[in-house]
Design a binder for this molecule. Sequence first.
Ligand code: GDP
Ligand code: CA
Length: 318
Amino acid sequence: MRIVVLAGGIGGARFLRGLQQAAPEADVTVIGNTGDDIHLFGLKVCPDLDTVMYTLGGGINEEQGWGRTDESFHVKEELAAYGVGPEWFGLGDRDFATHIVRTQMLAAGYPLSAVTEALCTRWNPGVRLLPMSDDRVETHVAVELDGERKVIHFQEYWVKLRASVAAEAVVPVGAEQAKPAPGVLEAIAAADVILFPPSNPVVSVGTILAVPGIREAIAEAGVPVVGLSPIVGNAPVRGMADKVLAAVGVEASAAAVAEHYGSGLLDGWLVDTVDADAVGAVEAAGIRCRAVPLMMTDTGATAEMARQALALAEEVRA
Ligand code: GDP
Ligand code: CA
């Protein structure tokens, strides 16, 4: 079975680990969000691609959900001693090596998709990891700071400000001009099932869908498309999905997120058991819906979520 998964960082990566346990024989292609990418200290950093690569490759800091295990921060301290920031973005020494290799390969002319493939030969994530695009896309967030409207990089909004102010608009800058990376449209066309993990619907999955051609290819693939809600009990399980959903005029609820994707894209949607009363509204919107436990407390629980998603896919296919 060929499965395509549109993934952000932590939510996507953890779900993928469960999917691998649930469907060990499946051929999984991950289309990763690159809208969170940022240039720091002259280096190209791809937080979501790295979170997927490290999580599936066994190098992730499990408690944090991002960054490397067994990490130290000597380079960061030395940079700070020179007064060189930003100090708010935590790049560890081991992690730095990934960004150095990536930047060096990009400077040598390799596209991000080829660089990602090269990095994955070390980590063996067990999936084919594709960036959504080789072109530069950067999510920016409009906020009001000190009485002034400003547009800042998504990482500044999330990591520096901890999403402490309202997001007035979220813009994937460059997305309109971006082309899907080599292999992306081919993987979608060849898929048996397409899954949206419980990733952020605006700044992860939404950004991937903003690359012209990807949304259309999924809608036209003619195979079941099933998503899992990142919103449980009217709040994100972690992160700031509520803030960025508000910026696009969508309520932070499992049903509203399903309707935001819409029946033109989604065939099936899983909500958590605490949101069982949302099933009716989602089905009324033309999307098959089931309430099952959706907390990724461990890989076993996550694998069960993946099984439920695949079962719902077979149900809508029939
Ligand atoms: P990020 O790029 O690191 O923010 O990761 P993603 O976009 O892939 O996933 C973030 C989303 O995952 C957030 O909106 C969370 O609500 C959701 N999430 C995290 N853990 C869980 C969980 O255990 N269950 C569910 N249903 N959603 C989760
Ligand atoms: Ca992210």
